[in-house]
Design a binder for this molecule. Structure first.
Ligand code: GDP
Ligand code: MG
Length: 201
């Protein structure tokens, strides 16, 4: 079994995050708890690349559709369809437009429980309800209602893999093996080493 500190996860600063000049702020927030940046690139993805990214997990369509239905019920909102797959078919088309509208920053972050930790720092999908203190909660104000009314994807600045399995598949989709760097940060001695040796003189 791999040690928890070896877990890697994919993060993408979406086109609105780049346009809002939040690259530095987002990297700062991910570095802060001790995560290590092991790969990074800027690119304008193609629609094919974005569609593949969101459908790597065969369950994504169902889960995302169900999340929207649950939210609509809570808000007393009526959706055009109650079929999760019909909902995500529309979302996916909007997502392709959104994600290819400008440059994005794709990154791989490594550290203990990195997938879970990054999701905590990023916050929930809908900025309207994302917690204060999270990236989505602090820097943007979009909602499902507004995005669906205006016929576009929810602008939430950032993508982060949802599970450790999703992380692995998404990293392989965005990066070649030799684009990811294996190296040690000096601070890892304090974060992970069993004995904190070598401090006292
Ligand atoms: P994430 O993992 O938190 O990014 O959320 P999902 O994987 O469920 O959805 C992917 C992306 O699709 C989200 O980050 C939003 O940009 C967009 N999105 C998800 N659900 C909806 C929706 O119901 N309506 C609209 N307009 N966009 C959505
Ligand atoms: Mg997701």
């Amino acid at each position: 079994m791999q040690h928890p500190k070896q877990e890697r996860t994919l993060v993408i600063i979406k086109p609105d995050g780049v346009q809002r000049t939040l690259i530095g702020e987002i990297i700062k927030r991910l570095e802060r708890p001790g995560l290590k940046l092991v790969a990074m690139k800027m690119c304008v993805p193609t629609e094919e690349h974005v569609e593949k990214h969101y459908t790597l997990d065969p369950e994504w369509r169902r889960i995302t559709g169900e999340k929207r239905i649950k939210n609509a019920k809570e808000k007393g909102e009526k959706l055009e369809t109650e079929d999760p797959l019909e909902i995500t078919a529309v979302i996916l088309e909007k997502l392709k437009k959104y994600m290819t509208s400008g440059p994005v920053i794709a990154m791989v972050w490594q550290g203990a429980h990195s997938t879970e930790l990054v999701r905590k720092i990023v916050g929930g999908t809908e900025p309207r309800s994302s917690d204060v203190g999270t990236i989505r909660g602090d820097f943007v104000l979009d909602s499902y209602t507004m995005a669906d009314t205006d016929g576009r994807a929810v602008r939430n600045l950032i993508h982060a893999s949802g599970t450790a399995k999703e992380s692995e598949a998404e990293i392989n989709h965005w990066f070649k093996k030799d684009e990811i760097v294996d190296y040690r940060l000096v601070q890892e001695q304090i974060l992970y080493d069993v004995n904190m040796d070598g401090i006292l003189e």
